[in-house]
Design a protein around this ligand. Structure first.
Ligand code: ATP
Ligand code: MG
Length: 183
């Protein structure tokens, strides 16, 4: 499953609709301090179902909504869309009807987050599973936060095991077992 495109609208500093093509090979994002490089990576993690505001460097999830600047007023919602190539049809049931999957997460002030996949309402859990099965997702070791390497070096063995399980692609299975045990 390949990521093809990331679209942001009202997310953090990206007040105007912004479209980022993710081409094959390496994509580099360069720019001066504060231009929004880390915000882009956070948008990616957010649309994949991140639930912790702290991972977005905020105190509440609504902090991801553009909060105004000198000449621009604050927005009422933020939306991020991620377009995936599903031509190998490896996505789980419910996501597997098309060659592409568009996952959209939208947050509205006072109304929280809502997710859609190819136009249909889905739960946060479904989106998190979709990415967990593809060995990626909001907690994927493929997404390395600024400062995370030094945190990793100092991590306890248990925390390191979680990272290895993500990398091995079995964390989706654990999550499903946990759900099954709760039923
Ligand atoms: P560095 O090179 O220092 O790591 P960066 O390119 O990673 O910088 P970011 O941390 O992505 O920069 O962007 C920070 C900018 O985003 C700041 O100017 C901050 O004011 C702005 N920002 C963060 N949240 C919001 C928000 N909700 N509304 C508007 N602007 C925001
Ligand atoms: Mg940064």
């Amino acid at each position: 499953m390949r990521m093809n495109r990331l679209r942001l609208n009202g997310f953090k500093s990206f007040v105007d609709p912004t479209d980022l093509m993710i081409l094959e090979g390496l994509t580099g994002v360069v720019g001066p301090n504060g231009c929004g490089k880390s915000n882009l990576l956070e948008a990616l993690r957010w649309v994949m179902g991140e639930t912790r505001p702290s991972a977005m460097r905020g105190s509440g999830m609504e902090d991801v909504i553009f909060n105004g600047s000198g000449s621009r007023s604050a927005r009422h919602f933020a939306e991020v869309s991620l377009i995936l190539d599903n031509s190998d049809r490896l996505a789980p049931a419910g996501f597997n009807d098309n060659d592409t999957i568009e996952v959209i997460r939208r947050i509205t002030r006072d109304a929280g987050s809502a997710y859609k996949a190819n136009g249909k309402d889905v739960r946060a859990r479904d989106v998190q599973m979709l990415f967990a099965d593809a060995s990626t997702g909001a907690h994927s070791p493929a997404l390395v936060r600024q400062g995370q390497i030094s945190e990793l070096i100092n991590a306890k063995p248990r925390a390191r095991r979680v990272i290895l399980e993500e990398a091995a692609g079995i964390s989706g299975l654990y999550a499903r077992r946990h759900e099954a045990e709760l039923r």
